[in-house]
Design a protein around this ligand. Structure first.
Ligand SMILES: NC(=O)c1ccc[n+]([C@@H]2O[C@H](COP(=O)([O-])OP(=O)(O)OC[C@H]3O[C@@H](n4cnc5c(N)ncnc54)[C@H](O)[C@@H]3O)[C@@H](O)[C@H]2O)c1
Length: 258
């Protein structure tokens, strides 16, 4: 058990990568706290964990853009467990289109969820970890922070910001025994990507084939591929891994020459 009795928070744990990670953390012995705006999805993940492993997960309605909702969540968790060992800042939304077609409200929304959300949840949790003198924070960036992709400039700006924040956060919190790392997934087949494909292409099936062809291994990633990287960063096995962006991208940033 690599996370035995660690208290692990996951934002956006209702679906996709967050849901797979919640299950993977629980299988490693963690107490899992899911915060999601989609209450039903969060509860579904918690129920799946309960069915398999007993009551090790609690789902709470949390909007990462709302400081009060976040502060209440952190306080409730402290009431339940008295400590927080792992924070996975995973919640995120997409924004698709060339920059001049992104209207300001979408720009502000994607910044609010993806960047301000990481700030607000981290701000609520870090003082607790500082008191404990331990903790692991995992921020969800993307391979798009290292690689240009079509029609994604606004989204890419948020993921670049998260990678940069991660490195400077690591410098500030290392003296407190806190590690801060980022995940940089490639194309992972989740509701998020399904939605993007359906909204962007007339022929979603051929779009999926095109995306697969871009991967060195010829396949899209699964939520579990990223979840296992999150388990590693959450666990003490990664105790010497600090301030890094870990690519889980099927080689897409490694390059392709034919
Ligand atoms: N799927 C990919 O290919 C991919 C690649 C790189 C990075 N990512 C990142 O991984 C993260 C998860 O992506 P996914 O594909 O699993 O997405 P998803 O849409 O399947 O799940 C995201 C979850 O976040 C929740 N959420 C959205 N806004 C929220 C808010 N304001 N407060 C709390 N919860 C909120 C949603 O309700 C949902 O349950 C995102 O940050 C995304 O940018 C995804």
């Amino acid at each position: 058990m690599r996370l035995q009795d660690k208290v692990c928070l996951i934002t956006g744990g209702g679906k996709g990568i967050g849901a797979a990670t919640a299950i993977a953390f629980a299988r490693e012995g963690a107490w899992v706290e899911i915060g999601d705006v989609d209450t039903a999805a969060g509860q579904e993940t918690a129920q799946a964990i309960e069915n398999e492993l007993g009551k090790r997960a609690v789902a709470t309605h949390v909007d990462v853009t709302d400081a009060r909702s976040v502060a209440r969540w952190a306080a409730d968790i402290m009431g339940r467990h008295g400590r927080i060992d792992v924070l996975f800042n995973n919640a995120g939304i997409s924004a698709v289109g060339p920059l001049h077609e992104i209207d300001q409200s979408l720009w502000e929304r994607v910044m609010a969820v993806n960047v301000t959300g990481v700030y607000l949840v981290s701000r609520a949790v870090l003082p607790i970890m500082m008191d404990q003198k331990s903790g692991s924070v995992i921020n969800m960036s993307s391979c798009i922070a290292a690689l240009g992709l079509m029609r994604r400039a606004a989204y890419a700006a948020t993921k670049g910001a998260i990678l940069s924040m991660t490195k400077s956060m690591q410098v500030d919190y290392a003296p407190y025994g806190i590690r801060v790392n980022a995940l940089m997934p490639g194309t992972i087949y989740t509701p998020f990507v399904q939605d993007y494909i359906e909204r962007s292409y007339d022929d979603p099936q051929s779009a999926i084939q095109g995306l697969k062809a871009r991967q060195l291994g010829g396949e899209l990633g699964t939520p579990e591929d990223v979840a296992m990287a999150a388990v590693y960063l959450a666990s003490d096995e990664s105790k010497y891994v600090m301030g890094t962006g870990l690519a889980v991208d099927g080689g897409v940033t490694a390059g392709k020459f034919s």
